[in-house]
Design a protein around this ligand. Structure first.
Ligand code: SF4
Length: 222
């Protein structure tokens, strides 16, 4: 299965009724976007098929990716992530506004562990297990990846579990900002970063300079 076929399969997936229903319910539920038509489908990854860096989030945001149809697009997280990618030469634009805004990525592919937006931004354990084969297949298809960067502790934990199931040596890999772990022969390294969420940005738990540190480390590794 190629990446395009995989993404077509993701788009048609309907295995998690709770999440599918939640995605549909979001349209019209937020005043700021009340006149917009939402994407509402499962959200495939986006980026360079020859990427050396795979970025994982936990799941699409209800009014971000679930609205715009592209990962980390149309919300604060995307604003800070893509501007950091732009500063480091990975993105053609610093703003990620909507699905067909012309933005392209070089050497980076972005996806979520779970492909449908969940209530309270938390998929349950069964939804993670149902959806994780898609991430495994993405990892298999993205053959040039040398670094996996997980954004946030939840995404780090779930990405680590998927890598463990694939046979990686994840023992001792604990989440932190700007950490990088060697997972053994045949696997990319696993890196972590605080999530550039609105809360983390407003509380300065993560800043643009801290995101720069992460991407500088990754570029040094590459
Ligand atoms: S979360 Fe994943 S497995 Fe569940 S419906 Fe969405 S795409 Fe399918």
């Amino acid at each position: 299965m190629g990446l395009e076929t995989l993404n077509d399969t993701i788009l048609k997936c309907n295995k998690c009724p709770r999440l599918r229903e939640w995605c549909l319910q979001q349209e019209g539920s937020k005043k700021k976007f009340e006149n917009e038509t939402y994407w509402k489908l499962p959200l495939p990854g986006f980026g360079d098929p020859e990427a050396k860096v795979l970025i994982t989030g936990l799941a699409p945001a209800a009014h971000g990716g679930n609205r715009t149809g592209r990962v980390f697009t149309g919300d604060t997280s995307g604003e800070y992530l893509f501007s950091a990618l732009y500063r480091h030469g990975f993105s053609s634009r610093k703003d990620s506004l909507y699905r067909n805004d012309g933005l392209s990525l070089t050497d980076v592919y972005i996806t979520n562990v779970v492909k449908c937006a969940p209530p309270k931004n938390r998929p349950d354990a069964s939804e993670f297990h149902t959806c994780s084969p898609f991430l495994i297949e993405e990892m298999r298809q993205l053959k040039q990846v040398k670094v996996i960067l997980a954004l946030g502790g939840q995404a780090f934990d779930k990405t680590r579990r998927v890598l463990r199931d694939m046979g990686a040596n994840v023992g001792g890999a604990a989440f932190g900002h700007a950490v990088i772990y060697d997972l053994g022969p045949g696997f990319p390294v696993l890196a972590g970063s605080y999530h550039p969420s609105l809360y983390n940005i407003n509380t300065r738990r993560v800043t643009p300079a801290m995101l720069d540190d992460v991407f500088e480390s990754i570029k040094t590794y590459l």
